[in-house]
Design a protein around this ligand. Sequence first.
Ligand code: XMP
Length: 509
Amino acid sequence: LVLVIDFGGQYNQLIARRVREHNIYCEVISYKTPIEQIKAKNPKGIIFTGGPRSVYLDDSPRMTKEIFELGIPIFGICYGAQFMVYGLGGTIGKANENAAAEFGRTECEFDTECAVFDGLKKNSVVWMSHNDYIEVLPDGFKAVGHSDKCPYAAIENVEKGFYATQFHPEVNHTEQGFDMLGNFLYKVCHCKGDWTMRNYAEEAIKQIREKVGDGKVLLALSGGVDSSVACALLSKAVGNQLTCVFVDHGFMRKNEGDEVEQAFKDWDVNFIRVNAADRFIGKLEGVSDPETKRKTIGEEFIRVFEEEAKKIGKVDFLVQGTIYPDVIESGTGDAAVIKSHHNVGGLPDYVDFKEIIEPLRLLFKDEVRKLGTELGLSDVLVWRQPFPGPGLAIRIIGEITREKLATLQDADYIFREEIANAGLDRSINQYFAVLTNMRSVGVMGDDRTYDYTLALRGVTTSDFMTADFARIPYDVLEKASVRIVNEVKNINRICYDITSKPPATIEWE
Ligand code: XMP
């Protein structure tokens, strides 16, 4: 176990993710955690994260200096480095007095005799983001890396196993950052690197069992990766104490509702599929405004779910498939509302339960996928691309009709098939068809047509906050286009969306 001690920096979970990418289990804990608890966990190594404060401020995050007396190696990053220096008797230069602030890509030179830089290039680019700087080192420390402005970009105290960098080794912009952390973990802390999703699953299952006891658990399944993996995990942990409600609003992709049901057929859970397509289509009659569509679907979803939950009676726990990016996104709360997101996770107010279980809360998407595979879910579910809660309803511009829905399902299916045939289905992060509300003139055979325009969209992105349109080869687009106009009724023209986000969004509504 490695402990990441959180001082409030913005990349803290990223540090945890890097440690885990080295197959080393780690936990993120607050700097306020009592030292006894830290000792009891008996970590092999400790990493101090960055943080937004200056060590000299009264309210800056500080922890007891006993942390330095445990005989456990420590790696300090940015604020964590400054806290280490300050805590051990060195001095930190204050932001307002110095010209040493550095932001962004910075060239550094390293001492490759140092364990952390062992086997790495002597010169490489790192990501800096600091105002304050290390001015005087505590006893026993020496510099093992510097930039033009920063003489103490990296420091070490070999005897104590303390290392620190002013830059952020956890971000991708730091060229050799992953290996630096790896060196610390393997060469200094002597970690084995045997933590895998299998171990995570075992541990999570054990914890869930302890927590749930013989209680009843309810989960809203959307068929997306997160809720599916959560379902699989809970099913392994508590079997049919789990009831899983899958509200099929009818706006799933072609065959998708059946696929989801099929996927959990043989699992030990109470699986309830509610076929509510008629209700949802009914509610949306005459509705064309995007936000009204979203809100109507969101409200109706809750109503349907609530009705099902009532039938089940009182439950003790509600599962949410929250993953770490959701945790960050909901953390700020003051961003402008671009779209009202509908998420099957957001139900707690409407169901009578004691506690929430969020078994994926600390995992990143790629880890969730690995876990799903480990638990035995099929690739179809594990590699499902993100799909918005309101489904195809927000990919049919304007009023929704059953005919339009069927048209879009068929066209989208063909597009997905051609993307998969071209082997692009895992490299393009999201791809789908949109049925625009526009019709135009075409000619088929010898006849004039007046039919809908379909838009195809494909994006590459790592966080879905920003995205670039995918450079899908023309011949793949051509195959999809020819097939769609030939095989699907009511479409005579196809466009490819070449806007990035921003200024566009990924979905059209
Ligand atoms: P936008 O269109 O805002 O989409 O660029 C960003 C990502 O979020 C997905 N999306 C949703 N996901 N509930 C969800 O769970 C929603 O209501 C919703 N709306 C959009 C979208 O597919 C993309 O991946």
